[in-house]
Design a protein around this ligand. Sequence first.
Ligand SMILES: [Mg+2]
Length: 276
Amino acid sequence: MDFVFRRAYRGKIKAVILDWAGTAVDHGSFAPVAALLRLFEQWGVPITVEDARTGMGLMKKDHLRAILARQRVAEAWQMARGCLPSEAEVEAMFAQLVPLQTALLAEHAEPIPGLLEVVQDLRQRGVKIGSTTGYLSGMMTVLATEAARRGYTPDCIVCPDQVPAGRPCPWMCYQNAIQLGVYPNEAIVKVGDTPADVEEGLNAGMWCVGVALTGSLVGLREHEVNALAPERRDALRRCAAEQLYRAGAHEIIDGIWELPEALTRIERRLAQGEKP
Ligand SMILES: [Mg+2]
């Protein structure tokens, strides 16, 4: 046979799956950094903010391993403790990280500007709101409750401990699709602020929007971003966008407030026969 015919989805976007820290709440994604700095301090091996942001977006135990695998951290650990961290020590650290992280989440539940308006606008257009995260479900209970008090309640929340593995595996995205009752995956857009977010969405066969300015790659609070000189802000935005594009993001936005425009661009790409 010389020709085959391939089915292509050319309809509207039916759902978005939003990451939490740095995308929907917690401008600059500070809650994980604060918990990790405190944890390593307790183990007598202080780390930097840059160390703590390595592996951001991964399930918290994988995030911890990514930091320990950094050459600078491994050397500091060896210097302070005489050998590399054992598997038992990683487990012990993780056990301590869970309550540390959970306690900090209530202070980092503030919606990022534009979130509530965008969610309302999307719902009016019949678009469902899903979510994935690197936080475990026990941590998410605290964060979701606090976010709800501030007006944000997605239609679906899936945590890495509720599926076989967290990012970059696609399972949390698949679980969102099932719970939201939405298909095909080409009609779903994953939105997140880290390369791990983008990989998760791509692995699920979904469109990916990277969030540059409010996320972990810039790592600044709202007032800190606003205080930047325009050239400095552009440089940070470019640097974050480049990392997200390199991970495979289809579209980049400054913050969640620009999501509707990105969805319009994606729908145009869909209408032209493009696939994620
Ligand atoms: Mg995030």
